[in-house]
Design a protein around this ligand. Sequence first.
Ligand code: AMP
Ligand code: GLY
Length: 423
Amino acid sequence: MKILVVGSGGREHAICSAFLKSSKVKEIFCANGNAGIAAIAETVDIRPDNIPALADLAEAKGINLTFVGGETSLALGIVDEFESRGLKIIGASKAAARLEASKAFAKDFMARHQIPTAAYVVANSIEEAKAALEHGRFVDENSPVVVKADGLAAGKGVVVAATRAEAIDALGELESIAGKEASSRIVLEECLIGREVSLILFCDGENFAMMPPTRDHKRIGEGDTGPNTGGMGTITDAALLSADQTAEIVETVIKPTLNGCREEGFPFRGILFLGLMMTPNGPKVLEYNVRFGDPETQSILVRLETDIVDICEAMLSGTLDQTDIKWRSGNSACVILAAENYPGRPRTGDGINGLESAGQHADVSIFHAGTTKDDEGRFVTAGGRVLGVTAVGDDLDSALKNAYEAAAEISWPGMQYRRDIGK
Ligand code: AMP
Ligand code: GLY
């Protein structure tokens, strides 16, 4: 069969690689891809927001199944468009994508269905948010408060402020960091304390299947310092959640979420990402994403042993409950190698050394995020996050060791990465 993957980052490289392992897959297309993806798929220069052109491509190439990487296409209704043309596609519908595309929608949804989350208020302007903070209707002066732009902001729309004064400052800057449209509504939240875990699910509208739990490292600097990024590294580790915690998440978060989606007329079919805070009062939802995480996906899919096509077919036919999904035992880790100055405007165009030898390591997969080829056919940097060096291991230490040994062979001027992933 022929597969189309929509997107261009490390997540999409990992998704293409999972399809490449399937004996059922003859050809993979990726729109728009990157230089690493181009080695295993035919890349097509159509952006993820050009929905009609993507559907035309799927028709013209006779694509049997499309898999959507990122939220932009989903929020624009790529799934609705493909389905209206009778094209098979994996991803959340436009209505379901509101769980990620509007934080206010997600919070109100959680309130309607008694899903545990931080206390919040929604403000319809910066002035209104300021008033809510100043009049103390929400939190007291010295409590930390989280300020979030309502709309999609590529991970940049959240500020954890230590005090009310800092939160008011953050409001002033929200528009410039998250964009005018994303900030036209604002969510203020109680700041939760605990350990963060990401749990990603395959969903078929009715049933779900859990992937191994993951932890992301969002800050640029070691010891979780400096500005937020798209994610600097992840691990998968069963020990992130006890059996009791998992059972509690299923009862208090997953079932009410999937039932709520069905009751409100948008059964959730696709990939659901739960950003959770494990607090002393139980698990609470920090955010929903309606797609695979990046770089969580890289570390998850290297452990997938079941044919991804079979899982996609089960998602489409509503038979996930009858599908046994197998994962390699042990752990995995993904270490992001980023360009100089990331998460600011990254330096690009540098030749990448050591890629070939690093790729020879057993148990290591190198996923490209921001790469292109120069005139001589050499891989060069072309984005902030450049590569995701991903490894499996029988335990967490060996997965990390495998990833860091391969990462140490790669270099370019200004390359940066965190040495404390999984610590
Ligand atoms: P989000 O994009 O909503 O997941 O927020 C990005 C990051 O901000 C999360 O991964 C958390 O580290 C932090 N965060 C978001 N909401 C809260 C909250 N209510 N309390 C504490 N930290 C939060
Ligand atoms: N790594 C976090 C995300 O993909 O949203």
